[in-house]
Design a protein around this ligand. Structure first.
Ligand SMILES: C[S@@+](CC[C@H](N)C(=O)[O-])C[C@H]1O[C@@H](n2cnc3c(N)ncnc32)[C@H](O)[C@@H]1O
Length: 300
């Protein structure tokens, strides 16, 4: 892992060739000739931080699993609704584990939009991919958000390093409620990384009134066989890479909330958690492949 740099130590900018829509500004030293998983994901989301090589790679992955793009967008929409609801509930601190490139409606954007005048909020993004970290710092710096939002370049499997990181200590007061987001990241944590213990460590850090939000890939029994085969092929293709992924059932995920009450409507499919728009045909296709839920630590 490369050494952490705070947003204030962000690398100098260099303008990439072409118009902003065609080629965004890249942080110095970041390779835009090779695809980056974080930028490919940004392309699925409709963000602006991807290059031709990322889009080409993304299209190849889409051939393997055509639902990846709608599910990515539903994940992002769920996260947006959770952050909005947490803001409405008075939470002002957000920690986003496995944050990727923070474009296309990310946490700090929602927080900034909904923050009442005169109030303060803070956001810590956590990602271990140097490319995601570099783009994140650049975006936060460019948007003038570095004083209240930052990127901690750490591995979520080592929570103590995140808790004791200088930037986390500067921005997050764990004695007050925090909204901890784990969106499309825990499926990268395999059994050998002891996810149950990891979740317990994160829960133990959260003060009463905190929220814990999770989305996770699955393959439910009601999935059409051809779609189920696609997702299983997709997961298998990643097993021998540096980013193997795991699908989990609701029964495996529910204990991760440690018995804290789930906010209504409980554990459900992405389009069904407090939807703000009418259902669409793609919702029927994606429902069997992801779970989401938000728990609130009781006691406040
Ligand atoms: C699929 S993206 C999700 C991005 C964002 N949470 C969202 O839903 O839009 C997963 C991100 O998690 C990061 N990630 C995976 N494993 C991680 C780990 N052990 N520690 C930190 N970040 C991790 C990857 O680098 C990637 O940027």
């Amino acid at each position: 892992m490369s050494p952490r740099k705070t947003a204030r130590e962000a690398p100098p900018l260099r303008a990439a060739v072409g118009a902003w829509e065609e080629a965004p500004i890249a942080p110095a030293g970041v390779d835009t000739e090779k695809p980056s998983a974080a930028r490919v994901y940004d392309w699925y989301l409709g963000g602006t931080h991807h290059w031709a090589v990322d889009r080409e790679f993304g299209r190849r992955v889409e051939k393997l699993w055509p639902l990846i793009r709608p599910i990515s967008r539903q994940n992002r929409a769920f996260m947006n609704r959770v952050v909005s609801a947490a803001m409405d509930a008075g939470i002002r601190q957000f920690v986003d584990l496995g944050s990727g490139v923070p474009t296309a409606g990310n946490v700090h954007e929602i927080v900034r939009e909904r923050l009442p005048a005169g109030e303060r909020a803070s956001v810590v993004y956590v990602d271990y991919e140097p490319v995601a970290a570099a783009h994140s710092r650049l975006i936060l710096e460019r948007e003038g958000a570095s004083s209240w939002a930052g990127l901690v370049e750490r591995d979520i499997r080592r929570p103590e390093e995140i808790f004791t990181d200088d930037l986390t200590r500067e921005l997050i007061d764990w004695s007050r409620p925090v909204c901890l987001l784990m969106i499309t990241v825990m499926h990268f944590i395999g059994p050998s990384d002891e996810p149950d213990e990891l979740m317990a460590t994160y829960r133990s850090r959260l003060a009463p009134g905190s929220w814990l939000a999770l989305t996770h890939g699955t393959c439910r029994d009601d999935a059409p066989p051809d779609r189920a085969a696609e997702v299983r092929r997709f997961i298998e293709a990643y097993q021998d890479t540096s980013n193997p992924a795991w699908l989990r059932s609701a029964e495996e995920l529910l204990p991760w909330f440690g018995g804290w009450p789930l906010l209504p409507p409980g554990m459900t499919s992405l389009p069904d958690w407090r939807p703000e728009t009418p259902p669409t045909p793609i919702d029927t296709e994606t429902r069997p492949f992801a779970w989401c839920a938000v728990a609130r630590r009781p006691g406040l």
